[in-house]
Design a protein around this ligand. Structure first.
Ligand code: IMP
Length: 202
């Protein structure tokens, strides 16, 4: 086996994934590059379930090691909202300017210590022999009072990381990969995969 297919169409994610998994010595390609175009309904109740739904759907189409991710933002003051519904919050096509403004409004008057939040990411894997693996990681932070920074995507401008003194939209791509939920979950998955024979070709 010498190929990893990652179940995403997002080019930004593919860049990050290639960088992190590069030293496994395997070709890493997107669903599209593998010639797969399917609509997958993410109807799981957890990040892990959604990641596995995507990974299994792609694994049914291709003979390769298939990985998929699912992630979201959990705001403690809002009982963990938007969570697994982060992409669909206020509607899939609603701009993040509006989604971010809405979350800030819902936290109006809430003091710093109650604005805690985290980005969570689960990675799911289906190995060519059918075995399945999942990993999960998070980055802790707080919801800011206004949008800050022009990098990243989604909720990054309102996700403030106190230790870094910046929002995740103010981090460079490299800085974000080092500390992000997705970066950490991917590196955990890489360590899991190394335990399986014939996966690490180096
Ligand atoms: P998915 O895992 O691609 O379905 O992402 C779910 C949603 O969570 C995204 O559409 C974003 O709204 C949010 N999200 C996940 N990771 C990040 C991140 O690193 N920055 C900002 N928003 C994120």
């Amino acid at each position: 086996m010498d190929r990893i297919v990652f179940a995403t169409g997002n080019q930004g994610k593919m860049r990050e994934i290639r960088e992190i998994l590069g030293d496994l010595g395997m070709e890493v390609c997107s669903m599209k590059e593998a010639g797969i175009s399917i609509d997958i309904e993410e109807n799981g109740q957890t990040y892990e379930e959604n990641a596995m739904i995507k990974a299994r759907a792609v694994a049914a189409q291709v003979q390769a090691l298939v990985l998929a991710d699912d992630s979201g933002l959990e705001v403690d003051y809002l009982g963990g909202e938007p969570g697994i519904y982060s992409a669909r919050y206020l509607g899939e096509d609603t701009s993040y300017r509006i989604k971010n403004a809405d979350l800030i409004k819902r936290l109006e008057g809430v003091p710093d210590e109650k604005r805690t939040a985290r980005f969570v990411c689960a990675i799911g894997a289906v190995l060519p022999d059918g075995r399945e693996l999942t990993t999960r990681a998070a980055i802790e932070g707080r919801i800011g009072y206004e949008e800050r920074g022009a990098g990243g995507f989604g909720y990054d401008p309102i996700f403030y990381v106190p230790e870094m003194g910046k929002s995740t939209a103010e981090l460079t791509e490299e800085e974000k990969n080092l500390v992000s939920h997705r970066g950490k979950a991917l590196r955990l998955m890489k360590e899991e995969l190394r335990k399986y024979e014939n996966i690490d070709r180096k």
